[in-house]
Design a protein around this ligand. Structure first.
Ligand code: TPP
Ligand code: MG
Length: 376
Protein backbone atom coordinates (compact mmCIF):
# COMPACT_ATOMS: atom_id res chain seq x y z
CA UNK A 1 0.00 0.00 0.00
CA UNK A 2 1.33 3.43 -0.85
CA UNK A 3 2.08 5.86 1.93
CA UNK A 4 -0.88 8.09 1.18
CA UNK A 5 -3.44 5.41 0.37
CA UNK A 6 -6.06 5.30 3.07
CA UNK A 7 -4.63 8.23 5.03
CA UNK A 8 -7.35 10.60 3.96
CA UNK A 9 -10.65 8.92 3.39
CA UNK A 10 -14.23 9.55 4.38
CA UNK A 11 -13.54 7.73 7.64
CA UNK A 12 -10.35 9.66 8.37
CA UNK A 13 -11.02 13.30 7.54
CA UNK A 14 -8.28 15.54 6.22
CA UNK A 15 -7.68 18.57 8.44
CA UNK A 16 -9.21 21.68 6.89
CA UNK A 17 -7.56 25.04 6.29
CA UNK A 18 -8.41 26.26 9.82
CA UNK A 19 -6.36 23.29 11.10
CA UNK A 20 -9.35 21.54 12.63
CA UNK A 21 -11.21 18.41 11.64
CA UNK A 22 -14.49 20.24 12.18
CA UNK A 23 -16.61 20.05 9.03
CA UNK A 24 -16.18 23.14 6.86
CA UNK A 25 -19.94 23.73 6.94
CA UNK A 26 -19.70 24.39 10.70
CA UNK A 27 -17.84 27.59 9.76
CA UNK A 28 -20.59 28.85 7.41
CA UNK A 29 -22.72 31.80 8.54
CA UNK A 30 -26.50 31.66 8.68
CA UNK A 31 -26.64 33.79 5.51
CA UNK A 32 -24.33 31.40 3.68
CA UNK A 33 -26.42 28.40 4.74
CA UNK A 34 -29.58 30.11 3.52
CA UNK A 35 -27.84 30.99 0.24
CA UNK A 36 -27.00 27.30 -0.26
CA UNK A 37 -30.70 26.54 0.16
CA UNK A 38 -31.66 29.25 -2.34
CA UNK A 39 -29.15 27.92 -4.88
CA UNK A 40 -30.74 24.47 -4.69
CA UNK A 41 -34.02 26.10 -5.73
CA UNK A 42 -32.22 27.96 -8.50
CA UNK A 43 -30.69 24.79 -9.94
CA UNK A 44 -34.03 22.96 -9.64
CA UNK A 45 -35.97 25.79 -11.24
CA UNK A 46 -33.59 25.86 -14.21
CA UNK A 47 -34.46 22.22 -14.83
CA UNK A 48 -38.19 22.56 -14.24
CA UNK A 49 -38.48 25.70 -16.35
CA UNK A 50 -36.58 24.27 -19.33
CA UNK A 51 -38.76 21.16 -19.36
CA UNK A 52 -41.83 23.41 -19.32
CA UNK A 53 -40.44 25.63 -22.10
CA UNK A 54 -39.87 22.57 -24.27
CA UNK A 55 -43.37 21.24 -23.61
CA UNK A 56 -44.79 24.65 -24.54
CA UNK A 57 -42.93 24.43 -27.85
CA UNK A 58 -40.64 27.38 -27.11
CA UNK A 59 -37.47 25.25 -26.97
CA UNK A 60 -36.02 22.37 -29.00
CA UNK A 61 -33.08 20.03 -28.38
CA UNK A 62 -32.36 17.34 -25.81
CA UNK A 63 -32.40 18.19 -22.10
CA UNK A 64 -30.17 16.31 -19.66
CA UNK A 65 -31.81 16.81 -16.32
CA UNK A 66 -29.90 17.39 -13.09
CA UNK A 67 -33.13 17.07 -11.06
CA UNK A 68 -32.38 15.41 -7.70
CA UNK A 69 -28.63 15.99 -8.19
CA UNK A 70 -28.56 19.71 -7.39
CA UNK A 71 -26.80 19.31 -4.04
CA UNK A 72 -23.80 17.79 -5.81
CA UNK A 73 -23.40 20.89 -7.98
CA UNK A 74 -24.25 23.54 -5.39
CA UNK A 75 -22.25 21.93 -2.56
CA UNK A 76 -19.13 21.32 -4.61
CA UNK A 77 -19.00 24.77 -6.24
CA UNK A 78 -19.75 26.84 -3.14
CA UNK A 79 -16.26 26.68 -1.62
CA UNK A 80 -14.26 27.46 -4.77
CA UNK A 81 -12.25 30.63 -5.24
CA UNK A 82 -13.13 32.75 -8.29
CA UNK A 83 -9.85 31.77 -9.97
CA UNK A 84 -10.41 28.04 -9.60
CA UNK A 85 -11.36 26.04 -12.67
CA UNK A 86 -14.27 23.68 -13.31
CA UNK A 87 -15.13 21.20 -16.04
CA UNK A 88 -18.84 20.37 -16.04
CA UNK A 89 -20.47 17.75 -18.31
CA UNK A 90 -23.93 17.07 -19.75
CA UNK A 91 -25.54 16.45 -16.31
CA UNK A 92 -24.24 19.69 -14.83
CA UNK A 93 -25.77 22.49 -16.87
CA UNK A 94 -26.48 24.72 -13.81
CA UNK A 95 -22.76 24.57 -12.91
CA UNK A 96 -22.01 27.00 -15.74
CA UNK A 97 -23.98 29.78 -14.03
CA UNK A 98 -23.42 28.60 -10.45
CA UNK A 99 -19.65 29.07 -10.69
CA UNK A 100 -18.56 32.03 -8.56
CA UNK A 101 -22.21 32.90 -7.98
CA UNK A 102 -21.33 34.16 -4.50
CA UNK A 103 -19.80 37.19 -6.24
CA UNK A 104 -23.41 38.20 -7.05
CA UNK A 105 -25.95 36.53 -9.33
CA UNK A 106 -25.91 39.41 -11.82
CA UNK A 107 -22.36 40.64 -11.24
CA UNK A 108 -20.79 41.00 -14.72
CA UNK A 109 -17.33 40.59 -13.18
CA UNK A 110 -17.96 37.20 -11.65
CA UNK A 111 -15.97 34.23 -12.95
CA UNK A 112 -18.83 32.12 -14.16
CA UNK A 113 -21.31 32.36 -17.00
CA UNK A 114 -24.27 34.69 -16.81
CA UNK A 115 -27.75 33.22 -17.02
CA UNK A 116 -28.11 35.06 -20.34
CA UNK A 117 -25.08 33.22 -21.76
CA UNK A 118 -26.29 29.85 -20.53
CA UNK A 119 -29.83 30.36 -21.86
CA UNK A 120 -28.41 31.60 -25.18
CA UNK A 121 -26.48 28.36 -25.38
CA UNK A 122 -29.59 26.29 -24.67
CA UNK A 123 -31.62 28.25 -27.24
CA UNK A 124 -28.79 28.16 -29.80
CA UNK A 125 -28.40 31.94 -30.06
CA UNK A 126 -25.49 34.18 -30.96
CA UNK A 127 -24.64 35.47 -27.43
CA UNK A 128 -23.71 31.95 -26.26
CA UNK A 129 -19.98 31.61 -25.51
CA UNK A 130 -19.57 29.29 -28.50
CA UNK A 131 -21.79 31.49 -30.67
CA UNK A 132 -24.28 28.64 -31.02
CA UNK A 133 -21.89 26.27 -32.75
CA UNK A 134 -23.04 23.38 -30.59
CA UNK A 135 -25.80 22.70 -28.11
CA UNK A 136 -26.38 22.06 -24.41
CA UNK A 137 -23.20 21.70 -22.32
CA UNK A 138 -20.75 21.93 -25.22
CA UNK A 139 -19.38 25.23 -24.06
CA UNK A 140 -16.53 26.65 -22.06
CA UNK A 141 -15.27 30.07 -21.10
CA UNK A 142 -11.58 30.50 -20.52
CA UNK A 143 -11.92 33.94 -18.92
CA UNK A 144 -14.32 32.46 -16.33
CA UNK A 145 -12.08 29.43 -15.92
CA UNK A 146 -14.59 26.94 -17.23
CA UNK A 147 -13.05 24.15 -19.29
CA UNK A 148 -14.98 23.37 -22.45
CA UNK A 149 -17.19 20.34 -22.03
CA UNK A 150 -17.02 17.58 -24.63
CA UNK A 151 -19.19 14.57 -25.40
CA UNK A 152 -16.37 12.14 -24.82
CA UNK A 153 -16.92 10.84 -21.31
CA UNK A 154 -14.01 11.60 -18.93
CA UNK A 155 -12.32 13.49 -21.76
CA UNK A 156 -11.98 16.58 -19.64
CA UNK A 157 -9.90 14.90 -16.90
CA UNK A 158 -6.59 14.93 -18.82
CA UNK A 159 -7.42 18.49 -19.86
CA UNK A 160 -8.06 19.40 -16.22
CA UNK A 161 -4.71 17.85 -15.26
CA UNK A 162 -3.02 19.89 -17.99
CA UNK A 163 -4.73 23.08 -16.85
CA UNK A 164 -3.62 22.45 -13.25
CA UNK A 165 -0.07 21.74 -14.41
CA UNK A 166 0.03 24.92 -16.49
CA UNK A 167 -1.39 26.98 -13.64
CA UNK A 168 1.33 25.69 -11.33
CA UNK A 169 4.03 26.53 -13.90
CA UNK A 170 2.55 30.04 -14.02
CA UNK A 171 2.85 30.31 -10.23
CA UNK A 172 -0.90 29.97 -9.58
CA UNK A 173 -2.64 28.08 -6.81
CA UNK A 174 -5.93 27.24 -8.47
CA UNK A 175 -7.71 23.95 -8.00
CA UNK A 176 -9.56 22.27 -10.83
CA UNK A 177 -12.88 20.58 -10.13
CA UNK A 178 -13.92 18.03 -12.74
CA UNK A 179 -17.39 16.50 -12.83
CA UNK A 180 -17.98 13.00 -14.15
CA UNK A 181 -20.72 10.41 -13.96
CA UNK A 182 -19.91 7.07 -12.36
CA UNK A 183 -20.18 5.39 -15.78
CA UNK A 184 -17.38 7.52 -17.19
CA UNK A 185 -14.94 6.25 -14.54
CA UNK A 186 -14.51 3.13 -16.69
CA UNK A 187 -12.97 5.18 -19.52
CA UNK A 188 -9.26 4.82 -20.24
CA UNK A 189 -8.70 8.57 -20.11
CA UNK A 190 -10.17 8.69 -16.60
CA UNK A 191 -7.22 6.60 -15.41
CA UNK A 192 -4.62 8.33 -17.56
CA UNK A 193 -5.71 11.76 -16.40
CA UNK A 194 -5.91 10.96 -12.70
CA UNK A 195 -2.71 8.94 -12.77
CA UNK A 196 -0.88 11.92 -14.30
CA UNK A 197 -2.42 14.24 -11.69
CA UNK A 198 -1.41 11.85 -8.87
CA UNK A 199 2.19 11.48 -10.08
CA UNK A 200 2.61 15.26 -10.31
CA UNK A 201 0.49 16.01 -7.22
CA UNK A 202 -1.78 18.29 -9.21
CA UNK A 203 -4.74 19.99 -7.52
CA UNK A 204 -7.39 18.14 -9.54
CA UNK A 205 -10.54 17.05 -7.75
CA UNK A 206 -12.72 14.56 -9.53
CA UNK A 207 -16.34 14.64 -8.48
CA UNK A 208 -17.94 11.30 -9.32
CA UNK A 209 -21.67 11.86 -9.57
CA UNK A 210 -22.84 8.36 -8.81
CA UNK A 211 -26.47 8.57 -9.92
CA UNK A 212 -26.68 4.76 -10.18
CA UNK A 213 -27.17 4.73 -13.95
CA UNK A 214 -25.02 5.34 -17.00
CA UNK A 215 -27.65 5.69 -19.71
CA UNK A 216 -29.26 2.20 -19.47
CA UNK A 217 -26.39 0.54 -17.55
CA UNK A 218 -26.81 0.09 -13.79
CA UNK A 219 -23.78 0.44 -11.54
CA UNK A 220 -23.38 -3.30 -10.88
CA UNK A 221 -22.67 -3.82 -14.58
CA UNK A 222 -20.17 -0.95 -14.66
CA UNK A 223 -18.00 -1.51 -11.59
CA UNK A 224 -17.42 -4.55 -9.38
CA UNK A 225 -17.24 -2.64 -6.06
CA UNK A 226 -19.84 -0.65 -4.16
CA UNK A 227 -17.96 2.63 -3.74
CA UNK A 228 -16.50 4.43 -6.74
CA UNK A 229 -14.34 6.36 -4.26
CA UNK A 230 -12.23 3.19 -4.06
CA UNK A 231 -10.97 3.91 -7.56
CA UNK A 232 -8.68 6.36 -5.72
CA UNK A 233 -6.81 3.54 -4.00
CA UNK A 234 -5.11 2.58 -7.26
CA UNK A 235 -3.51 6.03 -7.50
CA UNK A 236 -2.64 6.35 -3.80
CA UNK A 237 -4.88 9.39 -3.45
CA UNK A 238 -7.80 10.12 -1.09
CA UNK A 239 -11.21 8.83 -2.08
CA UNK A 240 -14.02 10.47 -0.17
CA UNK A 241 -17.70 9.62 -0.11
CA UNK A 242 -20.42 12.25 0.21
CA UNK A 243 -24.16 11.95 0.63
CA UNK A 244 -25.04 13.60 -2.66
CA UNK A 245 -28.52 14.50 -1.40
CA UNK A 246 -27.08 16.59 1.44
CA UNK A 247 -25.59 19.87 0.24
CA UNK A 248 -23.70 20.29 3.53
CA UNK A 249 -22.07 16.89 3.33
CA UNK A 250 -21.03 17.52 -0.29
CA UNK A 251 -19.61 20.90 0.74
CA UNK A 252 -17.70 19.34 3.65
CA UNK A 253 -16.14 16.54 1.62
CA UNK A 254 -15.24 18.74 -1.33
CA UNK A 255 -13.76 21.35 1.02
CA UNK A 256 -11.55 18.64 2.53
CA UNK A 257 -10.37 17.79 -0.97
CA UNK A 258 -9.89 21.47 -1.87
CA UNK A 259 -7.84 22.21 1.25
CA UNK A 260 -5.77 19.09 0.67
CA UNK A 261 -5.13 20.06 -2.96
CA UNK A 262 -4.41 23.71 -2.22
CA UNK A 263 -1.85 22.70 0.38
CA UNK A 264 0.10 20.95 -2.39
CA UNK A 265 -0.87 17.36 -1.55
CA UNK A 266 -2.40 16.59 -4.92
CA UNK A 267 -5.61 15.17 -6.34
CA UNK A 268 -8.50 13.29 -4.82
CA UNK A 269 -11.80 11.75 -5.81
CA UNK A 270 -15.09 12.67 -4.16
CA UNK A 271 -17.89 10.24 -4.88
CA UNK A 272 -21.32 11.81 -4.38
CA UNK A 273 -24.05 9.21 -4.05
CA UNK A 274 -27.24 10.36 -5.69
CA UNK A 275 -29.93 9.17 -8.10
CA UNK A 276 -30.87 10.16 -11.65
CA UNK A 277 -34.48 11.31 -11.46
CA UNK A 278 -35.42 11.00 -15.13
CA UNK A 279 -34.14 9.26 -18.25
CA UNK A 280 -30.60 9.80 -19.49
CA UNK A 281 -31.93 12.72 -21.49
CA UNK A 282 -35.57 13.60 -22.13
CA UNK A 283 -35.44 11.46 -25.31
CA UNK A 284 -34.89 8.50 -22.95
CA UNK A 285 -37.66 9.22 -20.40
CA UNK A 286 -40.11 6.68 -21.83
CA UNK A 287 -37.51 3.93 -22.17
CA UNK A 288 -36.07 4.62 -18.71
CA UNK A 289 -39.54 4.07 -17.27
CA UNK A 290 -39.27 0.52 -18.65
CA UNK A 291 -35.65 -0.34 -17.86
CA UNK A 292 -35.83 0.96 -14.26
CA UNK A 293 -38.19 -0.46 -11.76
CA UNK A 294 -40.64 2.08 -10.28
CA UNK A 295 -39.82 1.21 -6.65
CA UNK A 296 -36.13 1.86 -7.29
CA UNK A 297 -36.95 5.25 -8.82
CA UNK A 298 -39.27 6.14 -5.97
CA UNK A 299 -36.63 5.19 -3.39
CA UNK A 300 -33.90 7.05 -5.29
CA UNK A 301 -36.00 10.20 -5.35
CA UNK A 302 -37.28 9.92 -1.80
CA UNK A 303 -34.55 12.15 -0.32
CA UNK A 304 -35.00 15.33 -2.29
CA UNK A 305 -31.95 17.60 -1.73
CA UNK A 306 -34.24 20.58 -1.10
CA UNK A 307 -36.09 18.69 1.64
CA UNK A 308 -32.84 17.40 3.17
CA UNK A 309 -31.40 20.93 3.27
CA UNK A 310 -34.62 22.38 4.69
CA UNK A 311 -34.54 19.83 7.52
CA UNK A 312 -30.92 20.67 8.32
CA UNK A 313 -31.69 24.42 8.37
CA UNK A 314 -34.65 23.91 10.69
CA UNK A 315 -32.45 21.82 13.02
CA UNK A 316 -29.83 24.61 13.01
CA UNK A 317 -32.53 27.13 13.90
CA UNK A 318 -31.91 29.08 10.66
CA UNK A 319 -35.37 28.44 9.24
CA UNK A 320 -38.58 28.60 11.21
CA UNK A 321 -42.27 29.24 10.95
CA UNK A 322 -43.68 30.25 7.57
CA UNK A 323 -40.20 30.71 6.08
CA UNK A 324 -39.59 26.96 6.46
CA UNK A 325 -42.63 26.02 4.42
CA UNK A 326 -42.87 28.95 2.00
CA UNK A 327 -41.87 27.08 -1.17
CA UNK A 328 -42.89 23.57 -1.97
CA UNK A 329 -40.82 22.38 -4.94
CA UNK A 330 -39.50 19.18 -3.42
CA UNK A 331 -40.48 15.87 -4.90
CA UNK A 332 -42.40 17.52 -7.73
CA UNK A 333 -41.94 16.66 -11.41
CA UNK A 334 -41.77 19.58 -13.80
CA UNK A 335 -45.42 19.05 -14.74
CA UNK A 336 -46.48 19.30 -11.09
CA UNK A 337 -44.31 22.26 -10.03
CA UNK A 338 -45.40 25.85 -10.55
CA UNK A 339 -43.66 29.21 -10.16
CA UNK A 340 -45.24 29.58 -6.71
CA UNK A 341 -43.14 26.62 -5.54
CA UNK A 342 -39.96 28.68 -5.96
CA UNK A 343 -38.63 31.90 -4.41
CA UNK A 344 -39.61 34.89 -6.60
CA UNK A 345 -36.01 36.06 -7.10
CA UNK A 346 -35.14 32.62 -8.52
CA UNK A 347 -38.07 32.77 -10.95
CA UNK A 348 -37.19 36.34 -11.97
CA UNK A 349 -33.53 35.51 -12.59
CA UNK A 350 -34.38 32.64 -14.93
CA UNK A 351 -37.09 34.65 -16.65
CA UNK A 352 -34.55 37.36 -17.51
CA UNK A 353 -32.17 34.77 -18.96
CA UNK A 354 -34.85 33.05 -21.02
CA UNK A 355 -36.37 36.25 -22.39
CA UNK A 356 -32.91 37.48 -23.33
CA UNK A 357 -32.19 34.22 -25.20
CA UNK A 358 -35.52 34.10 -26.99
CA UNK A 359 -35.08 37.68 -28.27
CA UNK A 360 -31.38 37.21 -29.11
CA UNK A 361 -30.35 36.85 -32.77
CA UNK A 362 -29.12 33.71 -34.44
CA UNK A 363 -25.49 33.83 -35.51
CA UNK A 364 -24.89 35.10 -39.05
CA UNK A 365 -24.29 32.41 -41.66
CA UNK A 366 -20.90 34.01 -42.49
CA UNK A 367 -19.73 33.04 -39.00
CA UNK A 368 -19.64 29.38 -40.07
CA UNK A 369 -15.93 29.44 -40.86
CA UNK A 370 -15.03 31.62 -37.89
CA UNK A 371 -12.43 29.98 -35.60
CA UNK A 372 -12.06 27.15 -38.10
CA UNK A 373 -9.71 28.58 -40.73
CA UNK A 374 -6.90 31.02 -40.06
CA UNK A 375 -7.20 34.05 -42.28
CA UNK A 376 -3.99 35.29 -43.90
C1 TPP B 1 -16.46 7.77 -24.60
C2 TPP B 1 -17.96 7.81 -24.66
N1 TPP B 1 -18.66 6.65 -24.71
C3 TPP B 1 -20.01 6.67 -24.76
C4 TPP B 1 -20.68 7.87 -24.81
C5 TPP B 1 -22.21 7.90 -24.88
N2 TPP B 1 -22.75 8.31 -23.59
C6 TPP B 1 -23.03 9.61 -23.33
S1 TPP B 1 -23.52 9.85 -21.76
C7 TPP B 1 -23.41 8.20 -21.40
C8 TPP B 1 -23.71 7.69 -20.03
C9 TPP B 1 -22.92 8.42 -19.01
O1 TPP B 1 -23.15 7.89 -17.73
P1 TPP B 1 -22.47 8.52 -16.49
O2 TPP B 1 -21.02 8.72 -16.74
O3 TPP B 1 -22.84 7.69 -15.31
O4 TPP B 1 -23.14 9.97 -16.39
P2 TPP B 1 -24.69 10.34 -16.19
O5 TPP B 1 -25.26 10.52 -17.56
O6 TPP B 1 -25.32 9.25 -15.45
O7 TPP B 1 -24.68 11.61 -15.45
C10 TPP B 1 -22.98 7.48 -22.51
C11 TPP B 1 -22.74 6.03 -22.52
C12 TPP B 1 -19.90 9.04 -24.78
N3 TPP B 1 -20.48 10.24 -24.80
N4 TPP B 1 -18.56 8.99 -24.68
MG1 MG C 1 -24.45 7.97 -14.00
Amino acid sequence: MSSTSGTATADKPIKNSKNTTKPASALLSKEECLELFKLLYLARYFDVRLIKEKRRGRLTGTLYSSHNQEAVLVGSLFGLHPDDWISPIHRDMPAFFLKDIRAGWRNPERKGMSIEEVCSQVWGKAPSPGRARDNWSHIGKKSARIIHSTSMLAGTIPVAAGVAFADRLDGGNAVVLTFNGEGSTAQGVFHEGINFAAVHKLPVITIVENNQWAYGTPTHLGYPLEDYARRADGYGIPGLIADGQDVFDVYDKVMQAIDYARAGNGPSIVECKTFRAYGHGDHDDDRAAKYRNPEEVEKGRSRDPIAVCRRRLVEMGYLEGDAATAYDAEGKHAAEASDEDFPPDVVEFLKEGIEFAIKAPLPAAEEGAMWVFKEN
